[in-house]
Write a protein that binds this ligand. Structure first.
Ligand SMILES: Cc1ncc(COP(=O)(O)O)c(C=O)c1O
Length: 442
């Protein structure tokens, strides 16, 4: 490795980490090939993050578009959130007793989220989606859950199926996304194709007596941001009403990001239950399950079990409370809307100017671009996207101080801290990448 190698300190730490952490990391999606001299998966180590920027241990500074995989809506280390947390921290970190903040934050969520009449707190998106599914099963006394190919709902065994199946894999065959998931669980999951109106209708018609819920990411945020087709969420809503099946929105990525009331407000379709995490705490670990009271009230003593040592701890609740205050009062959505729209338009223009077949899709707070020459409506449509080219551009952008994720399927996230200069710099870096890369031209 040359002495001036950009990621020298990171690589040194990664080699050390590999002795003590399986795979050298605590989360496999953090491993990238492009930064490693031997093109093996390895990790950049972070030093600090503030506002729209993140620094690595080699002193490289980046405009951050990963934002911790989505949570950092206001900007890293937001002063108002940090101050509130530091004040709260002096009063204690965990009580295992009720505290008034639970009511305060629940009320704030209820004032923002259309489906929320009651709320329960958890710590991660995985816990929240797992709880929504248990509530649905407990309420309906049915066992099967419908999910969509390419949708990701966290690491719990019940839902970790067909999150990233090989393209062309038959949708009707649930594919466990990890070793260690009991084979028996695949009988409890039905996989559907996103945006396919007929197939889900047929499935509900035939199997509704066994189906407790449909769970979906209302915008496919783990497969390059594929929006729902016009009327698709309403179609799901109507089918669920017709067949006594619960509709669950996994708003872990979309919640508080697409709009103050999440995707359900944006698309004007109210689910029965929803799971939130990420942007709720602007980086502090907190999650919530929200839903209509008659579903949520199934949670409780001798009914559906839900709880946890760290659930509703005062530190995370304080972060959520401060974050929601800013979201309810501030101009966060205008800032993100303006920046994100201009970045989407800017990238689309670069595709045109450089005559590169490309697609930019999504919403100002959360979008992605693809090297592809057609629209993308379903997970399988992604098979024609040149994700290797995206990875090459990713490495180029890192060298120019812009951090996307190497995985093209992960969204670009925007925070309220990104500035006009950041936008200008980013579009210039992408243009430079397009001019240097050997890309297919129209
Ligand atoms: C849509 C969605 N649901 C659930 C999860 C799981 O959340 P967590 O990583 O907090 O467990 C994620 C994580 O990225 C997600 O994107």
């Amino acid at each position: 490795m040359p002495d001036d190698f950009r990621y020298k300190n990171s690589m040194k730490l990664f080699r050390e980490a590999s002795h003590f952490l399986p795979g050298g990391s605590n989360s496999s999606p953090r491993l990238w090939r492009g930064v490693c001299p031997s093109n093996m998966p390895c990790a950049i180590f972070a030093e600090k993050a503030k506002g729209a920027y993140i620094w690595d241990v080699d002193g490289n500074k980046y405009i951050d578009y990963r934002l911790g995989f989505g949570p950092v809506l206001l900007g890293h280390s937001h002063p108002a959130v940090r101050k509130a947390v530091h004040r709260a921290e002096k009063r204690g970190q965990i009580f295992a007793l009720n505290n008034e903040l639970e009511i305060t934050v629940a009320k704030k969520i209820i004032s923002m989220i259309p489906c929320a009449e009651k709320v329960r707190f958890a710590n991660s998106g995985t816990e929240a989606t797992m709880a929504t599914v248990r509530v649905a099963r407990g309420y309906t006394k049915k066992d099967k859950i419908v999910k969509f190919a390419g949708h990701y709902h966290g690491t719990n065994d019940y839902l970790l199926f067909s999150t990233e199946p090989p393209f062309g894999w038959p949708t009707s065959r649930p594919l466990a996304s990890s070793l260690g998931i009991p084979h028996l669980l695949k009988d409890l999951i039905i996989i559907e194709e996103w945006n396919n109106f007929q197939s889900i209708e047929q499935t509900l018609r035939k199997h509704h007596k066994e189906i407790a819920a449909i769970i979906c990411e209302p915008v496919m945020g783990n497969a390059t941001v594929i929006p729902p087709a016009a009327g698709y969420l309403r179609h799901l809503r109507e089918l669920c009403d017709r067949y006594d099946v619960l509709l669950i929105f996994d708003e872990v990525k979309t919640g508080f990001r697409l709009a103050p009331g999440g995707a359900q407000q944006y698309f004007k379709v109210t689910p029965d239950l929803a799971a939130f995490a990420k942007s709720l705490g602007n980086g502090y670990p907190i999650a919530a399950i929200a839903g209509q009271a008659h579903f949520m009230d199934i949670i409780g003593a001798k009914k559906v079990y839900h709880g946890g040592t760290y659930s509703s701890n005062p530190i995370s609740l304080t972060a959520a409370s401060a974050t929601l205050d800013i979201l309810r009062k501030g101009d966060v959505y205008e800032k993100i809307g303006s920046y994100g729209s201009r970045m989407i338009q800017g990238i689309a223009k670069l595709f045109r100017d450089y005559k590169i077949p490309g697609l930019v899709q999504g919403f100002p707070g959360m979008f992605q671009f693809l090297f592809i020459d057609h629209d993308v409506k379903t997970y399988n449509d992604l098979k024609d996207a040149d994700m290797q080219q995206f990875a090459t551009l990713h490495t180029h952008l890192l060298q120019h101080g812009v951090m996307l994720d190497e995985d093209n399927e992960e969204p670009i996230f925007i925070s309220a801290s990104h500035s006009n200069n950041d936008l200008h710099h980013t579009l210039e870096a992408i243009a430079h990448g397009f001019s240097q890369m050997n890309l297919k031209r129209r």
